[in-house]
Design a binder for this molecule. Structure first.
Ligand SMILES: *[C@@H]1O[C@H](CO)[C@@H](O)[C@H](O)[C@H]1NC(C)=O
Ligand SMILES: *[C@@H]1O[C@H](CO)[C@@H](O)[C@H](O)[C@H]1NC(C)=O
Ligand SMILES: *[C@@H]1O[C@H](CO)[C@@H](O)[C@H](O)[C@H]1NC(C)=O
Length: 195
């Protein structure tokens, strides 16, 4: 009795080893790191080109600023180009130039003074959209913004939601600048390829 009780599990164990080694050899797939997919697998059909037009409100003054200074260097306030200053923004994007016009999204991210020869910002930000079919989708911008140039262009490096696989560019033109407060309204034209 004692002997069979001891033998039984070892028999099962042997059977298990044999079975699992055969299944491994015949059916189990090795772990695979990459493979090619037909684009239709992700529901990708035809690439589209979209043009988005909105106004960006960068408000530094008052009790509810939308952009705040988060860092600067000891020499920043001696620099004519505010070199070294880092601003964090959560700027409203509206369909028209008035702040009271319809909100279509927000620009969330950083602009940092990265030039010692002119006012030139490193822009690292996401446009988070709230309008229509774009609600909940985002575009990511990484570029250079020479803020006193009439027209600036910044690459769109990617996106999410309806903007998956996005690439394109954003053109910015200052619509209004209050030299006293630094408050600005910037017109944006964004051209983006996506699916
Ligand atoms: C420059 O900024 C430093 C802090 O970074 C501050 O202590 C200093 O008072 C500022 N100087 C002027 C002239 O504003
Ligand atoms: C955007 O979507 C959120 C939920 O995903 C919803 O609460 C909100 O009302 C939508 N906004 C617009 C303008 O459609
Ligand atoms: C877009 O960004 C918002 C935050 O603003 C986030 O909640 C949302 O999940 C993002 N959308 C997608 C599709 O990742």
């Amino acid at each position: 009795m004692d002997k069979t009780f001891l033998k039984l599990p070892s028999t099962f164990f042997l059977l298990f080893v044999i079975l699992s080694s055969t299944t491994t050899a015949t059916t189990a797939k090795p772990h695979r790191f990459s493979k090619q997919l037909p684009p239709a697998t992700l529901g990708l059909k035809r690439e589209k080109l979209s043009h988005l037009h909105f106004y960006f409100h960068d408000i530094l003054s008052g009790r509810n600023p939308t952009a705040v200074k988060v860092a600067s260097a000891p020499l920043t306030n001696r620099s004519a180009t505010v070199f070294g200053q880092v601003m964090m923004m959560d700027d409203p994007l509206t369909v028209g130039p008035e702040l009271t016009s319809k909100l279509v999204g927000r620009a969330q991210g950083i602009y940092a003074s990265a030039s010692q020869t002119e006012v030139g910002f490193l822009m690292v930000l996401n446009f988070a959209f709230m309008e229509g079919k774009y609600n909940g989708s985002n575009l990511s911008v990484l570029g250079r913004n020479a803020a006193f140039s009439a027209m600036r262009e910044m690459p769109i490096v990617g996106g999410s939601g309806v903007f998956r696989f996005a690439r394109g560019y954003a053109q910015a033109r200052t619509h209004m600048l209050d030299f006293k407060t630094g408050d600005a309204v910037v017109e944006y034209n964004v051209y983006v390829f996506h699916y």
